[in-house]
Ligand binder design. Structure first.
Ligand code: ADP
Length: 322
């Protein structure tokens, strides 16, 4: 490539900074110019970008969020606006864009290269881990650990007051965070969008837990699901079944914080690999990881296919909590 630009887009995730650092340092090492674009596609459209050097990414490997800032940009769904974005890049002599973001951001990147003479490489940056073509996404591990830290504290209160807590974790339409968090915090139950919620079953499970002498305290981990308010609805239904649940929504704390060692390594390797793939002539792909190996998947597939939750893992989690 003549010059590369890099941006972060959509929901931020811990590890975006080491990913940026990986891209920048690998590009510079190969003598390729690299530009940082501020505020995702919104910044790209208006040409809010500057050349980066080694010092631009000094001391960021451990920082949460993204130094390039992130944004959502409805306008980028318009092909004319994407054409304008391509012109901005060409004017600066940039022929390649690295996009770090979730499903939506990768969709935008795919269309940008389909319609314009710009090459793109995507990196999976989201806490949700809901991206096809990779076992793991940048930020997922940190988000799971952040949720765990909070739930360990909630459990102290749950035990002291013998109360039942419904703890809502993020994950939009996917139950990855909830399943992993549920296993690791020893939740009594896990509720995820992939499976129908049967309030009767939850209630009788709680009753049988009590009979077994487990007391009435407990944690049920609930994935936020596609529409807000699901956890409060569930609490209401459980109240109708004689339970007294308290609700705790963990919310945005899960998106922030110092990236875990795992996420720093993943992000750094994916960032550097993006440059390797670009230099090898690849385009319109996402770089991910499968069984510990760096792999590439066409963006068209990443967008089209959905990543299935490991059902065996979920079933095991349910058994563990019985
Ligand atoms: P994430 O990347 O975390 O999934 P969003 O779904 O909000 O977050 O997408 C981030 C941005 O990606 C959007 O604001 C928009 O600029 C771009 N984008 C999303 N979907 C499309 C699409 N279908 N076509 C073009 N750009 C898109």
């Amino acid at each position: 490539p003549s010059a590369i630009a890099v941006l972060t887009s959509g929901g931020d995730s811990p590890g975006m900074n080491p990913a940026i650092r990986g891209v920048v340092r690998a590009a510079l090492h190969r003598g390729i110019k690299v530009f940082g674009i501020n505020k995702g596609y919104s910044g790209l459209i208006i040409g809010d970008l500057e050349e980066m050097n080694s010092a631009s990414v000094t001391n960021i490997v451990q920082r949460g969020g993204t130094i390039l800032k992130s944004d959502r940009c409805e306008a980028f769904k318009d092909p004319a606006v994407r054409h304008q974005a391509a012109e901005v890049l060409k004017e600066k002599g940039i022929d390649t864009l690295v996009v770090i973001g979730g499903d939506g951001s990768l969709t935008g990147a795919h269309y940008l290269t389909l319609e314009n003479d710009i090459r793109v490489i995507g990196l999976p940056g989201t806490i949700d881990n809901d991206i096809y073509g990779t076992d793991d996404t940048i930020g997922f591990d940190t988000a799971v650990n952040t949720a765990l830290e909070a739930i360990d504290k909630i459990r102290d209160t749950a035990l002291s007051h013998e109360s039942l807590f419904l703890v809502e974790v993020m994950g939009r339409n996917s139950g990855f965070i909830a399943t992993h968090v549920g296993i690791a915090c020893g939740a009594e139950m896990i509720v995820i969008p992939e499976y129908e919620v049967k309030v009767d079953a939850i209630s009788s499970q709680l009753a049988s837990n009590r009979e077994q002498g487990k007391g009435s305290s407990g944690i049920i981990v609930v994935a936020e699901g596609p529409k807000p308010g699901l956890t409060y609805d569930l609490a209401k239904q459980l109240k109708n079944h004689g339970q007294q649940p308290k609700v705790c929504i963990l919310g945005h704390i899960q998106r922030g914080g110092i990236p875990s060692g795992h996420d720093r390594i993943l992000a750094s390797c994916l960032g550097a690999s993006a440059v390797d793939y670009l230099c090898a002539g690849y385009n319109d792909i996402m770089i991910g990881v499968r069984r510990g190996k760096i792999v590439d998947t066409p963006l068209a597939q990443v967008i089209e296919k959905s990543k299935e939750l490991d059902e065996a893992l979920f079933q095991r989690a349910l058994l563990l909590h019985k």
